[in-house]
Design a binder for this molecule. Structure first.
Ligand code: URP
Ligand code: ZN
Ligand code: ZN
Length: 480
């Protein structure tokens, strides 16, 4: 494989930024330093005036997900290709077994679908039901297949929702295995009830969606999952934290010393719930995702969570449905397939609204767009770091480049862009995946099937987060 030299840029890692050239060979970074010489035949990229950062890791995507009676339109190729165009070089997608389906069977199905991926990928595996077989499959997945995180949907009743019994059993098993439990925190029973109440008020349009999923529905589930994790002494990662109530639950637990982590979506950082009151059904429905976009005020709280370190990662929940699919809920908002895109736009939106506004430093940007996800899911510094020995997954970032985001220009197969019309300053000029240029000044060179499955090892013996708490539960017999 030819060498690639990125010359004259400022390398930004999560811990520091410094002037350096970066030399890549055979898919790895082999040197980082000033004045590096280009080996014969090397491709040279001039990064003068630009930042050289780890490629983004999107720890929450759903490519070609079968969901709510349809299938998300971006498959593993088109979705990861769109990611590469936006500077994201790895994803962690979700294997979601149907209730009663074996976890291993679902895992192999998703592995097959993902073979067409253009960028590296891994999987979280959802636990949607409980049995001895599920318990065994979790062990096989961790010990043989490189899975170190399990997802629990606390919403989507009568579909993939898991009850408290399953949560408890699965969290306990994850702890034994050194795997991270993650949760979609929304109280599915409350959502179910509120959907019926909203419908009984005669509200059938997309404006009913946020009414049926108010912030406390998320706050309750986040608090419950965190409490269960605390009792069991297992760390926990809360996906797509969208509101003050859930962010506060995480901050409170962390202040008590619990290992709790939170992820924020780019969309939740910059959009509010007014989108559901758009007069055009298709536009309002295109924003239907769960948890919904929130009233003004929640967004700033999420930014503060990222600034303070109480929230650690950003993602997109990229799960794209077109207008035709969303139309299934024309007369009933509960039937609108839940999901929005964003994998191509995440980095630029967060840079523009986060770094340009002064909310984040460039190093904090790297922390929340790649390094922290790599650490939390145990692939650091292979991913999330510009350092010798790391995978040569990089983004050369032009802080002066700008573009206006639009569905017309996006690489996703979706027909809508939730960031439509937003002009961002700070865009990728080049994306490098496995040491090769896959995006050059607007020219996308994604190769179907080039992405690799990345195994993620289990966490080590100090994984038990709250040893003291579990020790305090050790029964002491009372002499009577
Ligand atoms: O609305 C969403 N988020 N759709 C994808 C499934 C999920 O809840 O993550
Ligand atoms: Zn979710
Ligand atoms: Zn999701």
């Amino acid at each position: 494989m030819a060498n690639l030299l990125i010359r004259g840029g400022t390398v930004v890692n999560a811990d520091r930024a410094f002037r350096a050239d970066v030399l890549c060979q055979d898919g790895k970074i082999i040197a980082v330093g000033e004045g590096l010489q280009a080996p014969t035949g090397a491709t040279v990229v001039d990064a003068g005036g630009q930042y050289v950062m780890p490629g983004g890791i999107d720890p929450h995507t759903h490519m070609q997900l079968p969901f709510m009676g349809t299938v998300a339109v971006d498959d593993f190729f088109t979705g990861t290709a769109a990611g590469l165009a936006g500077g994201t070089t790895s994803i962690i997608d979700f294997v979601i077994p149907s209730p009663q389906q074996s976890l291993l069977e679902a895992y192999h199905t998703w592995r097959g679908w993902a073979e067409k991926s253009a960028a590296d990928y891994g999987f979280h595996v959802a636990v949607t039901w409980w049995s001895e077989g599920v318990r065994e499959d979790m062990g096989t997945l961790v010990q043989q297949e490189g899975i170190n995180s399990f997802k629990h949907f606390m919403a989507y009743k009568n579909a993939i929702m898991c009850d408290d019994e399953t949560l408890v059993n699965s969290f306990k098993r994850a702890l034994e295995l050194g795997a991270m439990p993650t949760v979609h925190a929304e109280n599915g029973e409350l959502v179910f009830l509120l959907q019926k109440e909203v419908a009984a008020m005669g509200i059938t349009g997309p404006e009913g969606h946020p009414l049926s999923r108010p912030p406390m529905v998320e706050g309750e589930a986040a608090n419950r999952a965190i409490a269960i994790a605390d009792v069991l002494g297992v760390p926990i990662y809360v996906v797509h934290v969208s509101c003050i109530e859930a962010a506060e639950a995480i901050a409170r637990a962390r202040a008590r010393g619990q290992r709790v982590y939170g992820e924020v979506l780019a969309g939740h950082l910059v959009l509010d719930d007014s989108v559901y009151r758009h007069p055009d059904f298709a536009t309002a429905a295109a924003h239907v995702m769960s948890p919904p976009f929130r009233p003004t005020g929640n967004q700033e709280f999420l930014w503060r969570g990222l600034q303070s370190g109480n929230l650690q990662t950003t993602a997109t929940d990229h799960c794209v449905f077109c207008a035709e699919q969303k139309a299934a809920g024309k007369n009933d908002f509960t039937k609108i397939p839940n999901g929005c895109g964003g994998i191509e736009e995440r980095l630029a939106v967060i840079w523009d609204a986060g770094v340009n506004s002064g909310r984040l430093t460039p190093s904090e940007f790297v922390a929340i767009t790649s390094a922290n996800a790599a650490k939390l899911f145990n692939i650091y510094p292979q991913k999330g770091s510009v350092s010798v020995g790391a995978d040569a997954d990089l983004v050369v970032w032009d802080p002066q480049g700008s573009k206006t985001l639009s569905s017309k220009a996006q690489h996703s197969k979706g027909d809508f862009n939730i960031f439509e019309g937003r002009t961002v300053r700070g865009i990728p000029s080049h994306t490098v995946s496995q040491g090769e240029l896959v995006f050059v000044q607007g020219d996308l060179r994604a190769v179907q099937g080039k992405g690799r499955y990345i195994k993620r090892p289990a966490f080590g013996p100090n994984f038990t987060a709250t040893k003291l708490r579990s020790e305090s539960l050790t029964p002491t017999p009372v002499a009577r």
